[in-house]
Design a protein around this ligand. Sequence first.
Ligand code: PXL
Length: 277
Amino acid sequence: MKRIVTIQDISCVGKCSLTVALPIISAMGVEAAVVPTAVLSTHTMFQGFTFRDLTDDITPISEHWQKENFHFDAIYTGYLGSFEQLRLMAEFFDTFKSEDTLIFIDPVMADNGKLYHGFTPEFALEMAKLCGKADVIVPNMTEASFMLGIPYRESYDEAYAQDVLRKLSALGAKKVVLTGVSYVPGKLGVMTYDAATDSFSAYFHDRIDASYHGTGDVFASTCVGALMNGMPLEEALKVAADYTVECIRITEAEPNHNLYGVNFESAVPYLIRRIGK
Ligand code: PXL
């Protein structure tokens, strides 16, 4: 069985980060170890959330794991809350990366042209440096713009998206995935760039006019799970995009559904079918 470690916060209510990554990755038949970076009462779109920083626990956890000689097939980082945590992640990668360990970074910071509560443009530039150490990064258009220090654009064409992908690749990541790409009316999707082969790929689906928290985490977790199931990146992205759309579709179909997160639970059987388990 493959084992990954995912490093992000626990938002106790809110269906994002670890409360999404753990069930999805487990359901895909992959062992998911965790390093919680913070405990919040809810994600940061609620008012008055509590926040307990767990930065001081990261190094002792890592030191214990080194003694135990734990091996990880992937290290997947999501929401990280401070410059110090970025520094510790770089250290963590150096410590636990072996030849067959995939470093997967979702630079969770922003969406729809805006940084999430508590993040700054300076943090985005530092996150960009961490992304240079990754095998795969999965920023959305807003995160990509902040990491590159370029203005966020609502409208653009394919050439612009390709240019953003090349610039992200120049940060040093081996494969770059850009999510939330939209230059064809009514379509939204994912584009990739592989520096080694200088090739692009794209996968688009019908645009759904709904925005939920945690869908980026659903997408990234599914992508990691699919990669650990042996799928090539292009296939993994299709499964991840289709599952995310299915989660939104099921959520929208429910009367009085939550507005803070998607019903990813009801779509788990669909996900299992898609990965052929
Ligand atoms: O889904 C990303 C995410 C993760 N963790 C926390 C968040 C968010 C998005 O806002 O607030 C705490």
